[in-house]
Write a protein that binds this ligand. Structure first.
Ligand code: ATP
Length: 258
């Protein structure tokens, strides 16, 4: 019998994406020949400069963007559309929350769609509202919340639907530094508690090192690719002031210099 941590693995082979083909038949690839295996339960960070194709790759795994070539399988099933096993957390929580619903109603929205009984819905929303630190705010509307609180609601809503794979596209990019640090800590806590597979996109090296078990470096586009993968076995909670953290930071930064 396979262990739960082995499920939800993602296999990517020679994956390509192009949006255009010139009259001469030249193909302009955004990403080209990406090969990657992500283990179930792993926290994987995709790190790369702006415009290199991180979101494109994430949206292909989500099933929002079709591939132009290669293979992309989740649990050995080829991805060709979005699925309940995968959920995306976007940078802007505003666009994903319903302004006319309270925090609790937003968190329970997917469960309502699935016709989960009321008592069960309540128990699940209580759990995740608590997990993201929003106890006491259940009856507030999005307009009454700060940016960080809205991002927590988005995360609680995604978690309430219990996807096996969390696809996070610079989810803390719009937050102030202190809130961002708190959210990073909470995400690590949630990941260690729920054993979900996480793919987290960022262009911030420190964020990548605070979160990831492995960090995949994407090259500058076009025809972007994952050029290097770093293992990050530093213990949690990670200490940005430790010599090991600093050494790994410098190693990764050297990719983006010149
Ligand atoms: N629908 C589209 N049609 C054509 N080109 C697109 C489309 N979506 C993205 N691109 C191009 O693909 C490239 C990669 O974009 P993508 O958003 O994946 O990069 P990114 O690494 O996530 O960038 P950032 O860090 O700035 O968010 C960019 O050059 C972008 O212009």
């Amino acid at each position: 019998m396979s262990l739960p941590a082995r499920q939800n693995a993602i296999h990517i082979e020679q994956l390509r994406k192009s949006y255009s083909e010139s009259a001469a038949g030249d193909v302009h690839y955004i990403i080209k020949d990406v090969n990657l295996v992500i283990k179930g339960g792993e926290f994987f960070v995709l790190l790369g400069p702006s415009g290199c194709g991180k979101s494109t790759l994430l949206n292909m795994i989500a099933g929002f963007v079709s591939k132009s070539g290669g293979n992309l399988r989740v649990d050995n099933v080829e991805v060709d559309k979005p699925g309940r096993d995968r959920a995306v957390v976007f940078q802007q929580a505003d666009s994903s929350l319903f302004p006319w619903l309270t925090v609790r109603e937003n968190v329970e929205f997917g469960l309502r769609m699935k016709k989960t009984p009321r008592a069960e819905r309540r128990a699940i929303s209580d759990r995740y509202i608590g997990l993201v630190g929003l106890d006491g705010h259940e009856d507030k509307f999005p307009k009454e919340l700060s940016g960080g609180m809205k991002q927590r609601v988005q995360l609680a809503r995604v978690l309430a639907n219990d996807p096996a794979i969390l696809l996070m596209d610079e989810p803390f990019g719009a937050l102030d530094a202190m809130t961002r640090r708190t959210m990073q800590r909470e995400l690590v806590h949630i990941w260690r508690e729920t054993h979900k597979t996480v793919i987290f996109v960022t262009h911030d090296i420190q964020e990548a090192l605070l979160l990831g078990e492995r960090i995949g470096i994407m090259s500058v586009g076009p025809s972007s690719n994952i050029t290097d993968i770093y293992d990050n076995a530093l213990p949690f909670p990670r200490d940005v002031a430790s010599p090991e953290f600093y050494a790994l930071y410098n190693q990764i930064q050297s990719h983006f210099e010149e």
